[in-house]
Write a protein of this length. Structure first.
Length: 97
């Protein structure tokens, strides 16, 4: 990968952004595999939702966002939406067992 400052034109920048986005999406897919694996350790809907863990996770992501120079509100929303989707999927799987 080229650094942003080494890109010579807009297409090179777009190509690098596409590579990063693909890596991020692959990472989300890997994260989801762990979410699905965690379902076997959960005994009820409350443990699936794990509200205390969810809130602590969001707070940690906010701190990481700030450290990276990103808007923590945006990162929190992204993770809130992503993890809510994962929880919904986990609940579907948990209820089907």
């Amino acid at each position: 990968m080229k650094s942003a400052k080494d890109c010579r034109n807009i297409q090179e920048i777009r190509d690098e952004i596409d590579i990063i986005d693909q890596q991020i999406i692959t990472g989300f897919g890997q994260r989801f595999e762990y979410v699905k694996a965690a379902a076997k350790f959960k005994t009820n809907e409350t443990s699936v939702k794990a509200l205390e863990r969810f809130n602590a996770m969001l707070q940690q992501r906010r701190l990481w966002a700030e450290a990276a120079g990103l808007n923590p509100d945006v990162i929190e929303k992204l993770y809130r939406d992503l993890v809510s989707y994962f929880i919904d999927e986990e609940l579907k799987k948990w209820h089907s067992n």
